[in-house]
Write a protein that binds this ligand. Structure first.
Ligand code: KG4
Ligand code: ZN
Length: 356
């Protein structure tokens, strides 16, 4: 077959080689993924150092850094994958949720690339991206599975029936789990981002020394609440000023309270729906205690469990390309006039009118 014919045949599959772009928060990320499965490159320009002095992400600073870093990150992703824009068959970009200015930078870059190369373009829900990251694991979870998506912005339980087919069964009514980690770390001046720091300190602590509440543990729903737990830590700190207690024990006590509720509700969701496999997604899925507790619970109840490698847990663009591959193949497209969606309606999927 002449190569021009072979290329024409391949070009009918927009998911064959997808360029993913992610800029919803503080990571400028780009990736090239083949067939929604094989990660050829995944490049992340982290802004952690820029935001650390402020103890949290400063939205305008994030936008400016994306403006500087995102285009070079895309170039690096192409070059690391050993491909050029001529080889790319589709573009997937995070359309929301996230910081509006940050999202706009990624969206506009993706539109420009797709328009100039006449490539199919699709907008992806960041949450769906985190779930799609699981399909990039060496051993992806079998469908259906119950996913706990825990990040700095979200804490939800999703029943995932098939690629791109997920139902949110419960979510946080206030703070996200990662946000609670970050706020407690900030309260004590431990550093930023707080999740990983608390994770490390907790490993040297005893979770039974400082008992904290387990919010909504027995309320019979699949929803979460973490702002009360954070307030309990604030009250504990005030009540114990000048007292001698180990920071490691406080971290362990706090972390145990978060993990216990997360694991109990994920397990309850799987049992209610008769689902035999659990999975973790999102930045907090990097937490060592959460991983261990989820694995223990799954083993105890005879369920399977997928604990993705850390690089797939935190924000990246390979997960956006993977989710985008599915939507591109299903024929979904984002029009060039599409807007970024800072907050998604309940359910975690992009509203139908955001896609053509
Ligand atoms: O998914 P992600 O990279 O970004 C969002 O979409 O939010 O998640 C970032 C969040 C932050 O709140 C961070 O503190 C938390 O994940 N995190 C952790 C750990 N590593 C990251 N939380 C607990 N333990 C960790 N090891
Ligand atoms: Zn995320």
């Amino acid at each position: 077959m002449p190569s021009s014919v072979a290329n024409a045949a391949n070009n009918t599959d927009p998911g064959r080689l997808v360029l993913g772009i992610e800029s919803s928060c503080d990571e400028s990320a780009a990736a090239v993924v083949a067939d929604g499965r094989r990660v050829l490159s995944s490049v992340i320009a982290s802004q952690i150092k820029d935001h650390a002095p402020f103890g949290g992400v400063v939205p305008e600073l994030a936008s400016r850094r994306h403006l500087e870093n995102l285009a070079p990150t895309v170039m690096a992703a192409l070059s690391e994958a050993g491909v050029t824009l001529d080889d790319i068959t589709g573009v997937a970009v995070t359309q929301g949720p996230g910081l509006i200015g940050a999202l706009l930078i990624g969206l506009n870059l993706a539109k420009a690339l797709a328009w100039s190369r006449e490539l199919p373009l699709v907008g992806v829900s960041h949450l769906e991206g985190h779930l799609a990251a699981l399909s990039l694991a060496q051993e992806p979870p079998p469908y259906p599975f119950m996913a706990l998506l825990v990040s700095g912005g979200h804490t939800s339980i999703f029943l995932v029936r098939a690629p791109g087919e997920q139902q949110e069964l419960g979510s946080t009514v206030d703070d996200a789990a990662g946000e609670a980690f970050d706020k407690v770390a900030k309260l004590y001046g431990l550093g930023y981002p707080g999740g990983i720091i608390i994770d490390r300190m907790a490993a040297a602590g005893d979770p039974s020394v400082i008992q904290l509440p387990r919010p909504r543990m027995h309320d019979g729903t699949l929803d979460f609440s973490f702002s009360g737990l954070k307030s309990a830590v604030v009250r504990f700190r005030e009540a114990n000023q000048g007292e001698d207690y180990r920071m490691e024990d406080l971290c362990a006590g706090f972390q145990e309270a978060v993990v216990e509720v997360l694991v109990k509700k994920t397990l309850a969701a799987a049992q209610e729906r008769g689902v035999g496999h659990l999975a973790l997604a999102g930045g907090v899925a990097a937490n060592q205690r959460l991983r261990a507790a989820m694995a223990e619970a799954a083993a105890r109840e005879g369920l399977g469990v997928t604990l993705p490698p850390l690089a797939l847990c935190t924000d990246n663009a390979a997960m956006i390309a993977a989710a985008g591959c599915h939507h591109l193949r299903a024929g979904r497209r984002m029009p060039l006039e599409a807007d970024a969606i800072s907050r998604l309606p309940k359910g975690g999927a992009l509203p139908a009118e955001a896609l053509a």
